[in-house]
Design a protein around this ligand. Structure first.
Ligand code: 13P
Length: 250
């Protein structure tokens, strides 16, 4: 039985006043699902202090534990600031910072060493989907980005088709189900059925209150990684509530 997870990625959004949104999410966060907010680095410590019943995560970390890496943040620093999770391998990091699967893999090891749970992102581009390469791309990203040693506690996978992020375009429920079933099978094959079945699989890309319920009904969808609609309690609370309802449905 996997506890469902509603995760919010605030990306490069949020000044101190945005922390007030966390209070508005607290009641919904007391339901059956886990709730995670990943604010920008500058707010991680304050968010961890302010949040009640909401886990806090970073959006990236360096692969090294410490050292001469100006501007970077280590996994231990995130943990020290109160984070329990870190997003790694988001397509915006892969694109903006040329992160390869091997970089994501090394960061994941560092995050695990620091005791963080990793929300590791995979996803295909529109060209790759149109060329019918989606499963090959996702399989390759999973194989190369996820280190040995994954467990249901230290790893969450987020399937985020690049073409669905911030665009309002969402894959069909059949398309989401195909990828999630494929990821589940790959994880079971590599890590054994016990671990493979315990890793949570999130869908991300234009999740909104209006489409959350149908997405959460798809097989092997254990929650969502939400960008824009996680910034305001008014948008994120209905998504958490839809996930709480899906938890009750089993
Ligand atoms: P949107 O929900 O804004 O499409 O962003 C998805 C995302 O990239 C979450 O990591």
């Amino acid at each position: 039985m996997r506890t469902k997870l509603a995760a919010g990625n605030w990306k490069m959004n949020g000044l101190t006043e945005a922390l007030s949104e966390l209070a508005g999410m607290a009641d919904a966060a007391a339901g059956a699902s886990e709730v995670l907010i990943c604010p920008p680095f500058t707010l991680v410590g304050a968010a961890a202090a302010a949040a009640s019943g909401i886990a806090i995560g970073g959006q990236d970390c360096h692969a090294a534990a410490s050292g001469a890496h100006t501007g970077d943040v280590s996994a231990a620093m995130l943990k020290d600031a109160g984070a329990s999770h870190v997003i790694l391998g988001h397509s915006e990091r892969r694109t903006d910072h040329n992160e390869r699967n091997s970089d994501v893999n090394a960061k994941c090891v560092a995050a695990w060493d620091a005791g963080l749970t990793v929300v590791l992102c995979v996803g295909e581009s529109l060209e790759q989907r149109e060329a019918a390469n989606t499963l090959e791309i996702i399989g390759g990203q999973l194989a190369a980005s996820v280190p040995d040693g994954a467990t249901g506690h230290n790893l969450v996978i987020a399937y985020e088709p690049i073409w669905a992020i911030g665009t309002g375009k969402v894959p069909s429920t059949d398309q989401i189900g195909e990828v999630h079933d494929f990821m589940r099978a790959r994880l079971e094959k590599r890590f054994g059925s016990g671990v493979g079945r315990s890793v949570r699989l999130l869908y991300g890309g234009s999740v909104k209150p209006s489409n959350a319920t149908e997405i959460f009904a798809v097989s092997n969808v254990d929650g969502a990684l939400v960008g824009g609609a996680s910034l305001k309690a008014a948008d994120f609370v209905p998504i958490i509530e839809a996930l709480n309802a899906a938890s009750q449905d089993g």
